[in-house]
Ligand binder design. Structure first.
Ligand code: PDD
Length: 298
């Protein structure tokens, strides 16, 4: 049975940060020649904000640095400076529970496919959004459905680029099919990850399974902390591929991302997983993650 969930999105914060300035969100913008706009030449991060502080901050900044490095771009400013801007955004927007979106592009320069040798100043953008508390609570309580969709992305899905067209088309197809998230399936029939989440299942013997890291998936920051928390709790966990059929036969399934750690998946392509209700291990892992990531520190 397909579940209904809240589609509401909390409004964006009123203040954006663009290239050194805090500006009204409604008037924030970049140059028309920005390489992310013209060529998709940029990367991004999404970090949760809990109790007025960024969650898993260094994990996100580590991955940001890695994504930029893989594309031959420098960090737009020092890590210490980035942390100051992140805190300033939280304070100016007065959003203690939400998400910080960080985009860095190769900058604005005369259009050319070839990246400039000594590039323009990178563009740095930050925006914020409050948590849709009611929607998230509903998803955690009722679980969500996923729809399997072909993974048509490029060969470097480990880089968090702003080129999200295959992801959003898959998500759109999933929504049309009545599901909340798409589970992307590679040409060999294995699930890679969700369109904007990592994918997990719990086998009938209680083993937790998530795909091993490679260029086929994004190394989720939430995934990494969850794996550590699961191992520390001595729950059996394996990083390997699984098929849609294996997922359908699983006891439980869930998603992880900065926007939802341990969101129960209760149907795949309309077929129930386990008893079709959020499972106990999913809840336990969510709590273990929350304790480990410092979510409960206030
Ligand atoms: N998405 N896989 C993909 C393709 C993602 O886009 C994301 C994050 C994840 C989970 O990574 P993390 O645990 O670091 O959030 C996995 C963010 C939330 C987004 O695009 O909005």
């Amino acid at each position: 049975m397909l579940k209904k969930w809240s589609e509401s999105r909390a409004p964006a914060g009123r203040v954006a940060y663009v290239n050194g300035r805090y500006v009204p969100f409604a008037r924030a913008g970049v140059h028309v020649e920005d390489r992310a706009l013209q060529l998709g030449d940029g990367i991004y991060e999404v970090a949760g904000v809990k109790n007025g502080a960024p969650s898993d901050e260094d994990g996100h900044l580590d991955r940001m640095e890695r994504s930029l490095g893989e594309l031959g771009m420098p960090m737009p400013m020092s890590r210490a400076a980035l942390k100051i801007v992140m805190r300033e955004m939280i304070a100016r927007n007065k959003i203690p529970e939400g998400y910080l979106y960080i985009q860095t592009t190769r900058g604005a320069v005369k259009r050319d496919h070839v990246p400039p040798a000594d590039g323009p100043r990178p563009t740095l953008i930050m925006t914020m959004r409050a948590i849709d508390t009611a929607g998230l609570a509903q998803r955690l309580e009722q679980g969500i459905g996923v729809s399997s969709q072909p993974d048509i992305r490029w060969g470097r899905c480990d880089i968090k680029t702003v080129q999200l067209l295959p992801n959003l088309l898959a998500k759109q197809a999933a929504r049309k099919a009545g599901a909340f998230e798409a589970w992307l399936v590679d040409k060999d029939g294995f699930v890679t990850e969700g369109a904007s989440t990592n994918a997990w299942i719990v086998a009938q013997d209680g083993t937790v399974i998530t795909r091993d890291l490679s260029t086929a998936i994004l190394p989720g920051v939430t995934r990494k902390i969850m794996l550590q928390a699961i191992a520390e709790a001595q729950i059996k966990v394996v990083e390997r591929k699984f098929t849609v059929a294996e997922a359908k036969a699983a006891k439980e399934a869930f998603l992880s991302s900065a926007t939802g750690a341990g969101v129960p998946v209760v149907t795949i392509d309309g077929d129930p997983i386990g008893d079709g209700r959020p499972g106990p291990l999913t809840r336990r892992i969510r709590e273990l993650y929350a304790a480990k990531s410092g979510d409960k520190k206030a």
